[in-house]
Design a protein around this ligand. Structure first.
Ligand code: C2G
Length: 760
């Protein structure tokens, strides 16, 4: 048997390892056994190669790999982690190379890291399909099966031509020692490496069993020292799936641990004690010093308290490390950095800490120069304003990241303004683009101030206000100081899957879930509009039930107002809409896959407005209202006084009030609109794409919605022309829908949330 594939499998890997089993089964060569070191009970799909499961003690990855090595029968050991996999031709390619070189050769399958598993399988498919087209010119005819590709390959008989062709096509590269010593990063992990079992046994290499985070370092450094060369397969890949949910499914490197640095340095010391090759020792020392310089200072110094036990333990490890290495390895560092290391080395930790603070200060100052002062306002938040006492009489509001004066924060503000008046100062955040507009809207409001998002005043109020009412997330770097109270109103009953319910986060950063988690821990309360949202937020935000407010939506109070007809008439007049015309509101959402750049989404109008105008303009006008993420302005001037483009209108609730029919798609607007009991049409021209590819839904759109799903512009027109039929057809479903989603909204949600805010 040629290989023993060795896979340590922990508690978090039990599902992913099934994928790996399927992946190994897909390999076109099965000349291997699979040894899984796992202390859990494990269920695997059936496969046609031998699988052995071993238990191990202590419960560390190092012990898992050692135990697996003990029973391995393969000539070569191939290390694959449980949450990763191989491109399907990989073992086939290895078969042609592994064993052709001396036993002290390490073969390394090039690692491809990704946060999107489906993308990597696309790459794989593309590769498979290009197999036949991209056949080498080394004299073969077209082969049917990928494995035939290497039919003529025969290094043993010194088939130079073939060997050369392979070389040319980057199937693999040979690195000698000198080269390897220049770049150690990849060589400190065993994943993706194929190593002769005899070679490992001859030298008694084993993994570090008592270091739970860094068991590979010592093993791999020794392998590097004693091996003659490393052959890197650059054509096929070891696919490493990076975890995008570090909260529920952290990889070893994502588990938050404050002894991480201690363990790192400890692994480094152990390895150094075993190494003999001075050059390798120096290169490795440089890597460690580099890490200390880059990450460690920050971790240690940003803590406000004095050095705790953990830090001392870490410093002691680093001290040991520094005592083992040649000081010349860090002689190229700036003097002050050298001083830090020397202070640690001589055990003078408080002086080291003080010097580190100076280094960080210098780095920040340097950053300011590099950024030409752009970061300066944010710096004032940390260096100055965060030290000003919290003001118990200031309430800060933000709606849609400062884009408008609207949504629940607006109605909570109005309530507070009316009932508490000058007891508080009310500060609204407006982004640069909408600042003048929001300021003019609020100019006659007493005790109210508008600040520009990210400006100095914003930093001041963000650092010193006692109360916060936001409908989206606060900045990542916001520090919630003792005594502050934060109410998150959120901005809609969810239809599309949210945060932890999303499989991948293609349209957001891979740390989205983690960031969201930490941000939402700063919220004292989260507003919910109905039991359905309450249940979803608990799961999708992992938000504690007892902190949610079962209040209903403040933004919907206006829809239940006894004065709503009067208000509507006033708004209609303000917008210049003839009072004798009925209003259709078209309010679609945004699409994750249609954008210009980060946060800049585009919208293409599919609704045939010319046709609607032709048939409906006697009786109706249409209000177009794009989502706040949409950056492009849609020119509707050709439709004259039939279309009102109110995409910039502050408060969509006021547009609900004046409209007689709503057309929407996957936007949460229909949950609120249903309160008015007026007809809703769903124009979902891209339903299949949106539902299957972009996002999943919480509701069954075909069964649960209080209106028809319409895929063509023509059917929308038809539904409007027969709106009474639509109304009667959906009457029962409408009643059920409102019963399910809108019973908490009784017109007094703002009062409930305002009281919860002020209760300290
Ligand atoms: N909105 C609007 N105009 C639109 C669409 C939305 O003013 N054309 C406002 C509504 O208040 C709506 C809110 O923005 O409720 C959220 O919009 P969605 O289309 O539902 O999309 P999204 O911003 O992704 O939020 O739990 C709710 C979700 O987070 C959805």
């Amino acid at each position: 048997m040629k290989y023993s594939i060795i896979t340590p499998c922990g508690r978090h890997d039990l599902n992913r390892i099934k994928e790996l089993a399927r992946n190994l089964a897909k390999q076109n060569s099965h000349d291997f056994e699979w040894i899984i070191a796992c202390n859990q009970s494990l269920e695997l799909p059936s496969v046609d190669f031998p699988v052995k499961i071993v238990k191990f003690q202590p419960n560390t990855v190092g012990a898992a790999k050692n135990e697996a090595m003990k029973i391995a029968k393969g000539k070569y050991l191939f290390f694959i982690d449980a949450d990763d996999y191989l491109e399907s031709g990989t073992i086939n390619l290895l078969n042609h190379i592994v064993g052709e070189y001396s036993d002290d050769t390490v073969y390394d399958v090039n690692c491809y890291q990704t946060y999107e598993p489906e993308k990597s399988s696309q790459i794989e498919m593309a590769k498979e399909s290009s197999f036949n087209d991209a056949l080498p010119d080394w004299g073969g005819s077209k082969y049917d099966k990928p494995e035939d590709r290497y039919f003529n390959f025969d290094v043993k008989n010194n088939d130079i031509d073939t060997h050369f062709s392979l070389w040319l096509q980057n199937r693999y590269w040979i690195y000698d020692k000198e080269y390897r010593y220049t770049d150690l990063d990849d060589q400190l992990f065993s994943r993706g490496k194929v190593i002769s079992k005899q070679f490992i046994e001859d030298h008694h290499f084993h993994f570090n069993e008592d270091n739970s985070l860094y068991p590979d370092i010592q093993f791999m450094l020794l392998v590097t020292e004693f091996s003659a060369q490393l052959i890197k397969l650059s054509d096929y890949h070891y696919i490493k799936i990076n975890h995008n949910d570090p909260i529920n499914d952290p990889s070893l490197s994502q588990i938050p641990r404050n002894d991480r640095w201690q363990l790192w340095a400890n692994a480094g010391c152990r390895a150094l004690l075993k190494l003999n090759d001075q050059t390798l020792m120096n290169v490795f020392s440089k890597t460690v010093i580099n890490n200390i310089n880059t990450y460690f200072y920050k971790n240690l110094v940003t803590k406000d308290q004095s050095i705790g036990n953990n830090e001392v333990r870490t410093l002691l490890e680093i001290q040991k490390f520094l005592q083992l290495i040649d000081p010349r390895t860090y002689s190229n560092l700036k003097r002050i950095n050298q001083k830090v290391l020397n202070a640690i080395k001589s055990g003078n930790f408080s002086s080291a800490r003080h010097l580190m603070k100076v280094v960080i200060g210098l780095r920040n100052a340097n950053q300011l120069v590099v950024n030409r002062g752009r970061g300066i306002t944010k710096d004032t938040y940390f260096t100055l304003f965060k030290h000003v006492p919290v003001n118990p009489h200031v309430i800060l509001f933000e709606s849609f990241l400062g884009r408008n004066y609207s949504d629940s924060p607006k109605y909570i503000y109005r309530y507070l303004q009316k009932h508490y008046g000058s007891k508080y100062k009310y500060v609204w955040i407006a982004d640069a683009e909408h600042f003048d507009h929001i300021k003019s809207k609020l100019k006659s409001q007493p005790n109210t101030k508008v600040v520009r998002r990210f400006g100095f005043q914003y930093m001041y109020y963000l650092a010193t206000s006692k109360y916060f009412v936001f409908n989206m997330r606060q900045p990542k770097w916001f520090v919630k100081r003792p005594g502050m109270r934060f109410i998150e109103t959120w901005h809609g009953t969810p239809l599309k899957h949210l945060v932890f319910d999303m499989d991948n986060v293609a349209s957001a950063s891979h740390l989205y879930k983690q960031t969201f988690y930490y941000q939402s821990r700063q919220w004292d309360h989260l507003v919910t509009a109905n039991q359905y949202s309450y249940n979803i937020f608990h799961r999708a935000f992992m938000y504690p039930k007892d902190k949610m407010l079962k209040s209903g939506y403040p933004r919907n109070d206006i829809l239940n107002s006894p004065r709503r007809d009067q208000i509507a008439k006033h708004i209609k007049q303000k917008l210049g809409i003839p009072l004798n015309k009925k209003v259709i509101l078209y309010a679609p959402t945004w699409r994750d896959d249609q954008f210009y750049g980060p946060g800049q989404y585009k919208f293409k109008l599919h609704l045939n407005l010319a046709e609607l105008k032709k048939h409906l303009s006697d009786q109706y006008v249409l209000i177009l209202r794009t989502h706040y993420f949409i950056a492009n302005h849609i020119d509707t001037s050709q439709f004259g006084d039939f279309v009102f483009n109110e995409s910039d209108y502050d408060d969509i609730a006021e547009l609900y009030l004046i409209s007689d029919i709503l057309i929407t798609d996957y936007s949460s607007v229909f949950f609120d609109y249903a309160i008015l009991k007026r007809p809703i049409l769903y124009y979902v021209y891209d339903y299949d794409d949106y539902a299957d590819v972009l996002r999943g839904f919480y509701l069954n759109m075909k069964k649960d919605l209080p209106g028809p799903l319409l895929k063509t512009s023509k059917s929308v027109l038809n539904a409007i022309e027969n709106i009474d039929e639509v109304k009667s057809k959906y009457h029962d479903r409408y009643v059920q829908f409102n019963h399910r989603f809108n019973t908490w909204d009784d017109g007094h949600a703002s009062a409930r949330v305002a009281h919860a805010l002020l209760k300290s």
